[in-house]
Design a protein around this ligand. Structure first.
Ligand code: HEM
Length: 516
């Protein structure tokens, strides 16, 4: 009896393996020359990642790239899914620089319940049409208005920091919590025209829902079982996600409906409208709107966008314009805390541009004069790009610089690894802002080696907005405080490559009132 059962099982396994081999025979053949760590049948390299803590996964990927890559390309099989990580700037250019590979990799699927088919994830004509109507939102005239919001909200940050300063213990405090609330306030007001007062109302439903979604995305990224929708749907995490999504979607929808009515009533296309306050998440103010207004007034194929169309774009902005910035700003402060000479130069420049009066508000023109601060931001994003991994899906078999890439493959490009390559950036683990100075630097930068905002047609649409916001916050914080890192400066932080770059342990800082 057992013998028969055993034979049946072995036959099923054998036939299964045979089908698997046949199905992937072609893929294996054409990618045979690409580098790869030893694989297991069926599981591929998955066992290297299952059950590992998130920071070890990044180290493992780095190990694969460093040890097994051929022609700077390495294969990573996650079960039946083939991922090819490319590290040669020429390959990066071939992938990012054209319209041929604009489809996103499977990893982005975890964002779909929240962002639906917003600009970050959408493809084809939909993406092209949306990109066309959203691009004017970042015209400098519009960015100019947003600086008032950066100024006002970063002053609120100072009040919170002031309180932290009074209470700070020997171990310092985690600056990123406050920064994250600040970036949430800013993106909400610039994208939707409403203030959620995240910095003063940390427990509001909306703020909690955003935090829940960040936690969900983190867990789904790193637990392979959560990637299977059917399994995931039955977990408490999925329930928490559904509840958070309800809050997030209802909130955005309410704002869109309200704003549509206001525009209809005002029968005007101008941006400034005074609204009534109804609750704590809907604080009325003289608001300057651009993003939502442009979408409400836009047409594609002569048809206005529906509330759902607009919601997916507004939600995409909420996602892309919040955590990315919080990560960048936190690493910026970390770097200049570690390099006091760079901090001194930043402050010197800020004071020379804005003057000695710390109450002088930042403006668009003044921020544009902060050249050295700009170099420090660029250098921070080289070492700690907020989006550490980019992924594209190849829909049809193709050739990239002599390498055959089968249909269905995910291509991974890692701005984090590229930015730390010695052959591309001298002393890659040292913070050297001057390397980005076109006037003084001898280093010739390869545009496809430095890609914190990606590159090509699907690059970051909010790049200028982001740099301006970081500068405004840096200028206001550094005028008030000296920043000191609390911890071992010799030991680089252990990184986790979620959708957004984070550290395993919080970066702790001490602030001291600055005398200028
Ligand atoms: C330091 C801050 C930021 C960094 C490092 C950053 C980086 C990136 C990167 C690398 C991409 C490409 C993603 C991919 O191909 O998978 C991207 C796309 C995008 N970013 Fe940003 N981003 C930042 C801030 C912002 C802000 C402030 C906004 C909006 C206000 C924004 C909106 C977007 C959108 C909508 C896309 C999708 C563009 C498309 O596919 O056409 N980003 N960003």
């Amino acid at each position: 009896m057992f013998l028969v059962l055993g034979l049946i099982l072995a036959s099923v396994l054998f036939v299964g393996l045979l089908i698997y081999q046949l199905k992937f025979k072609h893929v294996m053949e054409v990618t045979r020359d690409l580098g790869s760590a030893p694989t297991w049948p069926v599981a591929g390299h998955a066992f290297h990642f299952i059950g590992r803590p998130p920071h070890e996964m990044l180290l493992k990927l780095r190990h694969f790239v460093d040890t097994y890559a051929k022609k700077q390309t390495v294969k990573v099989w996650l079960g039946p899914e083939l991922n090819i990580v490319m590290s040669n700037p020429k390959d990066v250019e071939a992938v990012l620089g054209t319209h041929r590979f604009i489809d996103k990799a499977s990893e982005y699927k975890v964002l779909e319940p929240w962002l639906k088919q917003g600009l970050l994830i959408s493809r084809g004509r939909k993406w092209q049409n949306r990109r066309k109507i959203i691009t004017p939102t970042f015209h400098f005239k519009i960015l100019e208005q947003f600086v008032d919001i950066f100024e006002r909200e970063s002053r609120k940050l100072l009040q919170n920091l002031d309180r932290e300063c009074q209470q700070q213990a020997q171990a310092g405090f985690d600056l990123s919590d406050w920064i994250s609330l600040l970036t949430m306030d800013i993106i909400c007001e610039t994208a939707m025209g409403v203030s959620i007062n995240a910095q003063t109302n940390v427990d509001s439903d909306y703020v909690c829902a955003v935090k829940t979604i960040s936690m969900v995305l983190h867990k789904r990224m790193f637990n392979i079982f959560y990637r299977f929708d059917l399994v995931y749907m039955l977990t408490p995490l999925a329930r928490a996600e559904r509840q958070a999504l309800k809050v997030l979607h209802n909130f955005t929808e309410k704002i869109i409906v309200q704003r549509r009515e206001e525009l209809l009533c005002a029968n005007s296309s101008t941006a400034e409208v005074v609204t009534q306050s109804t609750d704590d998440t809907d604080v009325g103010a003289k608001r300057k709107m651009a993003f939502l207004d442009i979408l409400l007034q836009s047409k594609i194929d002569d048809k206005p966008l529906t509330n759902m169309d607009i919601r997916e774009e507004v939600d995409t902005f909420m996602y892309e314009g919040h955590d990315t910035l919080a990560s960048a700003i936190t690493f910026f402060f970390y770097n200049i805390a570690l390099y006091p000479e760079c901090q001194r130069k930043c402050v010197e420049e800020i004071v020379s541009v804005l003057g000695n009066d710390r109450e002088t508000p930042v403006t668009y023109d003044l921020l544009n004069k902060l050249h050295y601060v700009d170099l420090c931001i660029k250098e921070t994003l080289r070492m700690y790009p907020s989006v550490p991994l980019l992924g594209r899906k190849v829909l049809q078999e193709c050739e990239i610089n002599g390498k055959i890439i089968p249909a269905g493959t995910n291509i991974g490009i890692c701005p984090l690894f590229l930015g730390r390559r010695e052959d591309l950036f001298s002393e890659p683990n040292t913070f050297k802002p001057e390397r980005f100075d076109v006037v003084t630097s001898a280093e010739k930068l390869n545009p496809y080696a430095y890609i914190p905002f990606s590159a090509g047609p699907r690059n970051c649409i909010g790049q200028k907005f982001a740099i301006l916001e970081i500068k405004a916050i840096a200028a206001n914080v550094l005028r008030h405080y000296e920043i000191e890192f609390v911890g071992n400066a010799e030991e680089p932080p252990v990184l986790i490559a979620e959708l957004i770059l984070r550290t395993k342990d919080p970066l702790m800082f001490k602030l001291k009132e600055r005398v200028i």
